[in-house]
Write a protein that binds this ligand. Structure first.
Ligand SMILES: Cc1cc2nc3c(=O)[nH]c(=O)nc-3n(C[C@H](O)[C@H](O)[C@H](O)COP(=O)(O)OP(=O)(O)OC[C@H]3O[C@@H](n4cnc5c(N)ncnc54)[C@H](O)[C@@H]3O)c2cc1C
Length: 430
């Protein structure tokens, strides 16, 4: 390795790949970059539900091989399992994960970017392994797809919802908009349950098995998807109840999943044949109890994505305490900030150009089935003044095109990507 500063990026999905590319874009050849992930591909998680309800194997469509993508930018890739981080000696311990039995290694960094996402804690829900379903990875997606399309599902009631999220204290006191805050969320990410509810209804009617009245959507919170803003959620709920969906709020948590249904912490039991659950998003064990972690193991940063005590440590994506809700779109906004901060630190960008803090915006495009989708753009939960909701064919086209563009540009969405999406979804769809 050269004597240039070494940037080590942990995680290679949306936030890790995005951060590594932004660092190379802004810092150029002033740094060496290494990225470590336990798997060798990026998984395009948001499009798994559409594949499940379209009876397509997401393993064919939603993986992007990391090695050639990183190689293009001169970024070293190591397939390895992160074991520990020592922020005082600036070393990361990892085990190469290609084959079992590999000897554990250490790597030094000058700058560290933690983009390891979270652990989706299905293993904390009693009965999930036997009776629960979900769509957050290829295994679960394909298991549900086969149930829906190969005769396992008999047409009974469907319950869809989230377990309680336990947010740490790492984002307290941050004000991304004047007078705003990073609020406390009771669910980590509720776009997916809303998307699943609408897609499941389309699936039921398309396969002649019923309609929305067979589906109950539940939330631990007072209001589902509250990060989208009360106006947007009000519109969504009005549409959903007009269609016949059942809605349970203040569920508090999921206590148990059984063959008969879902038991909620508020004492209610929802009868269901299919139980589609989104669990608690929890921090990885290797991030807990570090001087850079909050009370739940999420990485503490300011709005420039730097840890205040260890300013050479950055976080982006779901692993960061400030990422609430846990949304890829917010991680994407953070990658740009990390790239600029490191470019400034190595003298490739002025402080004025680098120091634009995070102003989170919830962007969410959810499949509704039948080539339709909903589109949300909102920042009101954080103290902003924007709440937009659109539904129809144009947002669906956008969702599919976004993924195609992401794969075609190998993750480097053109600058006009989000503005263009906004134009298509908000103007042309109206
Ligand atoms: C069904 C579903 C639909 C969604 N839809 C949307 C949507 O429409 N829009 C949106 O913005 N967001 C959506 N999200 C949320 C989005 O998927 C996440 O916010 C996003 O994936 C977070 O990116 P990340 O890179 O921070 O973390 P992850 O995507 O979780 O990536 C973390 C990476 O770190 C690696 N890793 C973890 N631990 C280790 C370790 N110890 N050693 C080595 N490597 C490790 C993993 O292999 C992985 O590659 C959805 C989520 C789900 C479940």
């Amino acid at each position: 390795m050269s004597d240039k500063p070494h940037v080590l990026v942990l995680g290679g999905n949306f936030a890790g790949l995005g951060a590594a590319q932004e660092i190379r874009k802004h810092a150029g050849d002033a740094v060496d970059i290494t990225l470590i992930d336990r798997k060798h591909y990026l998984l395009f998680i948001p499009n798994i539900p559409a594949d499940v309800f379209g009876n397509r194997d997401p393993a064919h469509n939603q993986r992007l091989d990391l090695f050639p993508v990183l190689d293009e930018d001169g970024i070293d890739f190591v397939q390895g399992e992160i074991q520990a981080i020592d922020v005082d000696s600036r070393e990361v311990t990892y085990t190469p994960s290609e084959r079992p039995g590999a000897a554990t290694q250490r790597m030094h960094y000058d700058y560290l970017v933690i983009a390891l996402g979270n652990r989706l804690a299905y293993d904390r829900i009693e009965g999930f392994a036997e009776y629960g379903d979900s769509v957050s990875d290829l295994y679960l997606g394909n298991r549900l797809r086969k149930k829906l399309w190969e005769g396992g599902y008999q047409g009974g009631p469907i319950a869809i919802g989230s377990a309680r999220f336990h947010q740490g204290d790492g984002a307290k006191g941050l004000a991304p908009y004047p007078g705003g805050s990073i609020p406390e969320a009771l669910a980590a990410c509720e776009g997916p349950p809303v998307e699943m509810m609408l897609s499941a209804a389309t699936y039921l009617s398309r396969t002649g098995q019923g309609g929305p009245d067979k589906i109950t959507v539940f939330t631990p919170a007072e209001m589902i998807a509250e990060d989208a803003g009360d106006k947007v959620v009000g519109q969504l709920l009005e549409t959903a109840s007009g269609m016949g969906f059942n809605y349970v709020n203040n569920a508090e948590d999921v206590t148990r999943v059984t063959s008969e249904g879902v038991e909620l912490a508020n004492g209610q039991t929802l009868e269901a044949e299919l139980k589609i659950i989104f669990p608690d998003w929890v921090a990885h064990d290797c991030l807990r109890d570090l001087p850079i972690s909050d009370s739940e193991g999420f990485i503490v940063t300011d709005l420039l994505m730097r840890n205040p005590q260890y300013p050479e440590v950055f976080a982006a994506g779901d692993a960061a305490a400030v990422t609430v809700p846990k949304l890829g779109a917010i991680g994407h906004q953070q990658c740009e900030i990390v790239g600029r901060q490191i470019a400034h630190a190595v003298g490739r960008m002025s402080e004025a150009a680098a120091n634009t803090p995070l102003r989170p915006v919830v962007y969410c495009i959810g499949d509704m089935g039948d080539n339709q989708a909903f589109y949300i753009r909102s920042n009101s939960w954080f103290g902003g003044d924007t709440q937009v909701l659109k539904m129809g064919h144009m947002p669906f086209l956008l969702k599919m095109q976004y993924k195609n563009l992401f794969f075609r540009t190998r993750g480097k969405m053109p600058e006009w990507g989000l503005d263009f999406s906004q134009l298509v979804a908000e103007r042309l769809a109206s």
